[in-house]
Ligand binder design. Sequence first.
Ligand SMILES: Nc1ncnc2c1ncn2[C@@H]1O[C@H](COP(=O)(O)OP(=O)(O)OP(=O)(O)O)[C@@H](O)[C@H]1O
Length: 383
Amino acid sequence: MASITLNALAHTYTENPTSPEDYAIREMTHVWEQGGAFALLGPSGCGKSTLLNIISGLLEPSKGEVLFDGKRVNELKPEERNIAQVFQFPVVYDTMTVYDNLAFPLRNIGVPEYKVKSKVHEVAEILELSDQLKRKAKGLSADQKQKVSMGRGLVRDNVSAILFDEPLTVIDPQLKWKLRRKLKQIHEQFNITMVYVTHDQLEASTFADKIAVMYNGQIVQFGTPRELFENPAHTFVGYFIGSPGMNFFEAKLQTELNNGANGQIVFGEHVIATNDAMLNRLKAMGASKVTLGIRPEFVHVWDGKNDDAFPVEVDYVEDLGTYKILSFLFHGQVMKARLSEDQQIPSGQVYVSFPEQWTKVYVDDYLVDLSVSAIDKETDHAN
Ligand SMILES: Nc1ncnc2c1ncn2[C@@H]1O[C@H](COP(=O)(O)OP(=O)(O)OP(=O)(O)O)[C@@H](O)[C@H]1O
């Protein structure tokens, strides 16, 4: 078991990189704490596999260090790192029995046969493979093969971490949840650091305690599923997490007001609720344009006039059984609100309001965070 630290790590597949876009991994420092269940979530091509392969030693990073429990492992070969990696496609020896497949990593390092036997039986029991041990791997179903792949990682006592690279891709949908639960159980039982790569937010949030969201070769947020939902640190997190994703709209910051008030944020002719602390912060940042984000779940929809609400045109309503998605036009922009199945929507005009608490402000795609912990972090950084 180990903590995994990526220190000022960057990777490019280009020989002579000239810009940040040439990097599959842009310089990052990140720690996966010992014993945690983590997900690395992001769209295709954002650099997830590159990062996993650097951790396991299959790929040498262009810059920076990989540390296990604080010790540099850059020079260690994959087999010396004690990392188990489970890929999209199960890696099993078809002609061998399940028993021999599970025994293989132990026999390879000369573990005595009596120990091999007890370990193989222990792991087979956990993975519910005990009655399959004598079968040739060739005849197994995809999920059973994937369990054998996992088992080969688990048999070694000294395994530091298990890395999963989209392990459920080839598994039938009705078996996915079963295997996912198994992984969780294994994590609890073995207390091994696990990093699970996926582009599926549901898989990430059901497996992981903390999710690293990756975008364009960078980890743009590392947090609990709830933190990512309630407080997306980057517009990409707002867009990628949630169903549907966050609504965004560009608004203006007006700092010079005739009545001497402390400025305001406006979208078209509408003034958006905000507070003085935010206005002061935006002024100090020299921002003139901001992006506002609000999750469809937090948009309030009223069927009558209301002091804080804006009149908007209903575009269409999608009934998804247990909830509805209302699309509406707000100052020419399509936005969405998520409603309960029993909420009635009049056709034509409705009124919407955006609670200040849930209206997030972004400058250059990053959240302007006024929480005490965020300001402390910035102060620490500046010192
Ligand atoms: N061997 C390689 N040679 C050159 N470029 C590569 C190589 N492997 C990956 N890349 C590029 O590096 C970037 C990151 O790719 P990577 O496979 O790490 O992303 P990913 O998030 O794992 O995507 P996917 O989910 O599709 O596997 C992409 O632009 C990809 O085209």
